[in-house]
Design a protein around this ligand. Structure first.
Ligand SMILES: Nc1ncnc2c1ncn2[C@@H]1O[C@H](COP(=O)(O)OP(=O)(O)OP(=O)(O)O)[C@@H](O)[C@H]1O
Ligand SMILES: [Mg+2]
Length: 340
């Protein structure tokens, strides 16, 4: 066993890294800026600052898409840079890594997380993989080693993962390609349609954070800058919460449908546990106002929005590293088959 152990949540919008005994040590945008197709000019939050502002020779992109690694070479480069940043600019010494991966992906996609680390230029001891919903539930402070069923819904940036857990394992899990990014995209489209105003992704995300509500009960507005589609000139315009609701409602209902589908397939004994404790919502998009109201209205279940929802997965990895009885969760049978 190497001296250091790191836990990594490769999120679509943010990468979170924790270190055994030290807690979360990195939380940055999972973005890379490349100039002239070959030189890395910025990573993480610095690359995000360049997004939508860079000249044509600089490409700013996310190497993780829909919860899986879409661009292996850029993700590897990002990881190595982040690990060097954590080690004060030097190559870190040998370390073990625990990575959280979605459950409902192919074996090839799961293996790519493992290979990304083991084939990188980092000095790697052992690499273990944990099912993301398991880490998620642990990070939410739930007891998952018992025979009591738990339902966890992680609404991130590109994905929503709905899972049922019992006895430390996954009973059911479904990953759908809907998350905060889809909401941003729809807000952008709706603002263009209603106001003839072209806004950037960052502005759309800011509008969402301020005005998005899962129920049409909020009355508020914000002023944003954009480009008038007709005149081509920059203008300041007021966007109302009703426009935002109209844009995002269909996606929120798709998330509710995914929850319903999983509930319908849940074994009855586990379903009764879920009725008792309610379902748990995590992921950055769990911050959307009135989400609790919408999901409980549509499913009839009690809904718990977890504290610090964007960090539940990485906090779960931290627990797996720090709490000895949980360490076996990083070594499930499926993963043993994969790694051995
Ligand atoms: N206050 C807020 N209101 C609404 N959405 C928010 C808020 N804060 C963060 N978000 C959204 O949460 C998302 C990021 O969440 P998270 O960090 O869980 O995603 P991720 O792990 O990177 O993505 P994924 O799990 O899909 O790979 C973004 O879409 C962001 O806009
Ligand atoms: Mg996530």
């Amino acid at each position: 066993m190497a001296q250091r152990t790191y836990g990594i949540d490769f999120g679509t919008s943010t990468i979170k890294i924790c270190r055994k005994g030290q807690g979360i040590v990195l939380d940055e945008r999972n973005m890379i800026a490349i100039a002239d197709r070959n030189s890395i000019i910025a990573i993480g939050n610095e690359a995000y600052d360049m997004y939508e502002k860079a000249p044509a020779n600089i490409v700013v992109s996310n190497p993780v898409r829909s919860g899986v690694i879409a661009d292996v070479s850029n993700m590897t480069a990002l990881l190595v840079h982040f690990m060097m940043k954590l080690s004060g600019g030097k190559k870190p010494g040998t370390a073990d890594y625990i990575v959280a991966t979605p459950t409902d992906i192919t074996e090839v996609e799961r293996r790519s997380f493992y290979e990304l680390i083991s084939r990188s230029s980092l000095k790697v001891g052992r690499v273990k993989i944990v099912d993301k919903p398991v880490a998620d539930a642990l990070g939410a402070g739930l007891e998952i080693m018992t025979a009591r069923g738990v339902m966890i819904v992680d609404i991130g940036a590109d994905t929503t993962e709905v899972s049922i857990l019992s006895l430390g394992g996954i009973v059911l899990s479904k990953l759908i390609p809907i998350g905060g990014n889809k909401l941003d995209e729809s807000i952008k489209g709706m603002v263009k349609k209603k106001h003839n105003l072209y806004i950037g992704d960052k502005t759309a995300e800011n509008i969402k954070k301020q005005l998005a509500s899962a129920l049409p009960t909020v009355e508020a507005s914000v002023q944003v800058y954009g480009r008038d589609v007709v005149t081509g000139l920059p203008v300041l315009m007021e966007i109302h919460s009703s426009t935002v609701y109209e844009a995002i409602a269909e996606h929120l209902y798709s998330i509710v449908d995914a929850i319903r589908i999983i509930l319908e397939r849940t074994p009855p004994e586990i379903a009764s546990d879920i009725i008792d404790s309610g379902l748990y919502v995590t992921g950055g998009s769990a911050n959307i106002f009135e989400l609790k109201g919408l999901i409980s209205k549509e499913t009839g279940l009690k809904v718990n929005i977890c504290e610090d929802p964007a960090n539940t997965v990485v906090n779960g990895l931290r627990r797996i590293m720090d709490e000895e009885p949980l360490s076996s969760l990083a070594d499930s049978l499926r993963v043993k088959n994969l790694i051995d």
